[in-house]
Write a protein that binds this ligand. Structure first.
Ligand code: NAD
Ligand code: TYD
Length: 336
């Protein structure tokens, strides 16, 4: 029976993945290993807190002692979601990005070797490919050309994973996914930020001309892709996942305004993000062909359901916006 160490399982995608795996496979146990940074929130997993095949360990992937002690619990596989994940924060201070994303991955890779894991999965991002012009797609063969400190740190981690696979024969796969949306996303990313602002009739900041294009995928489609890469992926391979749903930010903003019944006067054009990537778009034919995966959730249905989730979970949102969720963890776990 696999015991999977899911790092970053208290974050947005990690928590959706933990729930997906535990509810879809009765033969899997999950150890959620998470440092509970500002982005980690155990309220994302309250429904699973007493699940018999679920364990939470508060730990930091940059700490060899923390990681080794978790691995000693019979871990058979590692799926690494833990990361600093927000581009704007990486522009303000790249330190935590290099520390967690690069050094943390190195610590996990050493532990994966030491404990002879069956498969190591590195959850990466399409942002490592850099920016596209108006046409074309990222394939698995596209050269890495990261432009932000965030994407540079993710690319560095990917290169380490490939080096460990090549040099030491570590069984490892890398997944690279486009922009996710869905429930439990921290309201600093565009979709949850805009939904939660608009629900309060607050303005939404559109960077630059709003013509930057992102390829949106529902978080559960991403989770199914990571699971397929873990189960069926070939060691040494990269698999791209995308939603086949390209949209300029301004069009996305206007769609959100329409779905929420809010006026366009709430749009604020603000200074552009430095080094802002213009367009991302993923060719996911390899994952479709080799993993039998394809995106299932339409953007229209997924976005409506996501809006409904944020409406129904006003307490989750307000505890983040007021910072109350941090105070709770400080009490529970000491200084964070
Ligand atoms: P998130 O910021 O919501 O969650 C990150 C989680 O990692 C948090 O729970 C945090 O507490 C934990 N963490 C951070 N530093 C840690 C450390 N040193 N040790 C242990 N845990 C630590 O991020 P997300 O959006 O859920 O992204 C998860 C992964 O997916 C990341 O690796 C990210 O690069 C990748 N990814 C994200 C997207 C996206 O659209 N959000 C797209 C493609 C890939
Ligand atoms: P984001 O959600 O930060 O994801 P990423 O930078 O990883 O793609 O941003 C998505 C797009 O939305 C990106 O082009 C930047 C833009 N954006 C805004 O225009 N306003 C905002 O307030 C935010 C957070 C993002």
């Amino acid at each position: 029976m696999p015991t999977v160490l899911v790092t970053g399982g208290a974050g947005f995608i990690g928590s959706n993945f933990v729930r997906h795996l535990l509810t879809s496979d009765p033969a899997v146990s999950v150890i959620n290993f998470d440092a509970l940074t500002y982005a980690g929130n155990l309220a994302n997993l309250t429904d699973l807190a007493t699940h018999p095949r679920y364990t939470f360990i508060k730990g930091d992937i940059t700490s060899r002692a923390d990681v080794r002690s978790a691995m000693q619990r019979g871990v058979t596989d590692v799926i690494n979601f833990a990361a600093e994940s927000h581009v704007d924060r990486s522009i303000m201070d790249s330190g935590p990005f290099v520390r967690t994303n690069v050094l943390g991955t190195q610590v996990l890779l050493d532990a994966a070797r030491e404990f002879n894991v069956k498969t190591y999965v590195q959850v990466s991002t399409d942002e490592v490919f850099g920016s596209l012009g108006p046409t074309g797609y990222f394939t698995e063969e596209t050269p890495l050309h990261p432009n932000s400190p965030y994407s540079a740190s993710k690319a560095g981690a990917d290169l380490l994973v490939q080096a460990y696979q090549h040099t030491f024969g570590l069984p490892a796969v890398i997944t690279r996914c486009s922009n996710n949306y869905g429930p439990y996303q921290f309201p600093e990313k565009i979709i949850p930020l805009f939904i939660t602002n608009l629900l309060n009739n607050e303005p939404v900041p559109v960077y630059g001309d709003g013509q930057q294009v992102r390829d949106w995928i529902h978080v559960l489609d991403h989770c199914r892709g990571v699971e397929a890469a873990w189960r069926k992926g070939k060691s040494g391979e990269v698999y791209n996942f995308g939603g086949r749903c390209e949209m300029p930010n301004l069009a996305l903003t206007k769609l959100l305004l329409r779905l929420l019944g809010k006026p366009e006067s709430l749009i604020r054009y603000v200074a552009d993000r430095p080094g802002h990537d213009r367009r991302y778009a993923i060719d996911c034919a390899k994952a479709e062909r080799e993993l039998g995966w394809s995106p299932q959730v339409s953007f229209d249905a997924g976005l409506r359901e996501t809006i409904a989730w944020y409406q129904a979970n006003a307490e989750w949102v307000s505890s983040i916006k007021t910072g109350a969720y941090r105070a709770y963890y400080q009490k529970q776990y000491g200084k964070l």
